[in-house]
Design a protein. Structure first.
Lengths: 174, 292
């Protein structure tokens, strides 16, 4: 066979495949024609909505705070709250606490898991808070302090005989 | 071979090595996340928000099934990297990888950093990417195939899909209600700030560079204008190889810059593998042969 030749239909199949791939890649552009609230992101085909959002000087973040016996406060690390990394945990917490308005259920489910976590032995209570931050102040003063609104709170059970199911420690509360 | 034909041809080794590089990257990427993926698939089903092909599901599959699919993807990745049974493994691997990464992204957070990897794998899986630099080629024991357009179009398509990712990002920035204001750099500066704040309140740390650069507004204007030019001008990189390579190197540097300022790791892009299709990577094989 002459090596320069294409196999039968090979070039046609390649062309159709290439058109389909590029068409699919560009298909999410249509999201920009829809109202913002009706836009849907996807994977691996995306319209990259994170770049469409307006960023203002003040920003809100929902996160969890552990309270110690002396009333001092400590922000809880994402790995204590769930798996999948910081951004996944952050999105899940926002979804439950704000979008679904179930912050209290989240706190109630989180508290026993914190009781089972040795790194949280010093905590007596957990709070789910919505913090408002002045980004300029935070970054220019090198101090990430905002105004916190408590959305939910739950005492951390400290019963030494209460058994803890290991599997539950891996689950993100809803 | 005519000059036109030569311009639209590529050696089989170039495509084969790009396949091996993309596969090798995927293998390390998935192997290092095996434990994490086992935890993620055990997340509360209430958090399930399927994307991509996973939208076929209404609820998550049982965790052992998800584990098995993750492990099957690891095996298919290894075979894909070796170029073994590519006619079957190529499409199978791209299907498994699409599924696994979509499933990983189906828990209320989409990681856009993996988009290009999935599309590149799809292209490689559907092409004759194992005619050289592969177990298949070793077993066939034939002569190295001549340069041919069939080894060129997948590389061009990979490059085109890469440019599409950046073009879409650029369009997203200027399609906002306030239009081209993204070019002032304010949004980018705020994006860096909010990212840093999120890291701090979730027990991590903002990149020190974010604090150091935040006061320099002009620098962010420069970054914003530069990124918009590279994003909206992305399709132009397909017009010429030299221009394309310059564009690819610019983005490679840009991703390392994003890592330094925001602490965000676009691993595929930072590894350089995402841009390999732009270069005559087969020269690395010749170099390796000569130094042996």
């Amino acid at each position: 066979m002459n090596e320069d030749l294409w196999a039968p239909h090979e070039r046609g199949r390649a062309t159709i495949f290439a058109v389909l791939v590029m068409g699919a890649m560009l298909w999410p552009l249509r999201q920009h024609l829809r109202p913002t609230e009706r836009r849907v992101d996807g994977f691996p085909l995306s319209y990259y909505p994170m770049f469409s959002k307006r960023r203002r000087q003040h920003a809100h973040v929902v996160y969890a705070v552990g309270i110690l016996a002396d009333d001092s406060r400590r922000r809880l690390r994402h790995s204590v709250l769930g798996s999948g990394g910081l951004n996944q945990v952050r999105h899940q917490l926002y979804r439950v606490a704000i979008t679904e308005d179930h912050a209290q259920q989240y706190a109630d489910a989180l508290a026993p898991r914190l009781a089972a976590n040795p790194s949280c032995d010093d905590l007596v209570r957990v709070e789910i808070v919505r913090g408002e931050f002045d980004l300029d102040t935070c970054l220019l003063d090198h101090q990430v302090e905002g105004t916190e609104t408590v959305l939910a709170t739950a005492d951390i059970p400290r019963d030494p005989v209460a058994p803890v199911v290991v599997e539950s420690a891996e689950r993100t509360p809803a | 071979m005519s000059s036109v034909r030569r311009a639209v041809s590529a050696p089989a080794a170039r495509l084969g090595l790009v396949r091996a590089l993309v596969g090798g990257y995927t293998l390390v990427y998935l192997a290092r996340r095996r434990k994490m993926l086992r935890k993620v698939v055990r997340t509360d089903p209430a958090m399930f928000a399927p994307v991509g092909p996973v939208r076929a599901l209404r609820r998550p599959v049982p965790a052992p099934v998800a584990d098995a699919l993750n492990d099957a993807t690891l095996v298919s990745t290894a075979l894909f990297t070796l170029g073994a049974g590519h006619r079957l493994i190529g499409p199978l691997h791209s299907a498994l990888l699409s599924w696994t990464l979509s499933y990983r992204n189906s828990w209320s957070m989409i990681f856009h950093t993996d988009n290009a990897l999935v599309v590149h794998t799809l292209v490689l899986g559907a092409s004759r990417a194992a005619d050289a630099v592969s177990a298949d080629a070793l077993l066939a024991r034939g002569p190295q195939p001549a340069a041919h357009p069939r080894y060129h179009w997948p590389l061009r398509l990979m490059n085109a899909s890469t440019t599409a990712v950046y073009l879409l990002s650029g369009v997203s920035k200027v399609a906002r209600a306030d239009g081209w204001s993204w070019a002032t750099g304010d949004s980018l500066r705020r994006q860096v700030a909010i990212d840093g704040v999120r890291k701090e309140v979730f027990g991590s740390h903002a990149a020190p560079t974010a604090y150091a650069l935040y006061r320099h507004k002009a620098l962010f204007t420069l970054f914003a204008v530069g990124s918009l030019i590279l994003e909206l001008g992305a399709p132009l990189s397909l017009l010429g190889r030299r221009f394309g390579r310059l564009w690819a190197v610019s983005w490679f540097g840009m991703h390392w810059g994003i890592r330094a300022i925001m602490g965000i790791k676009f691993r595929y892009q930072m590894s350089g593998v995402a841009f390999a299709a732009w270069f005559d990577v087969e020269r690395l094989l010749e170099l390796a042969r000569r130094t042996r």
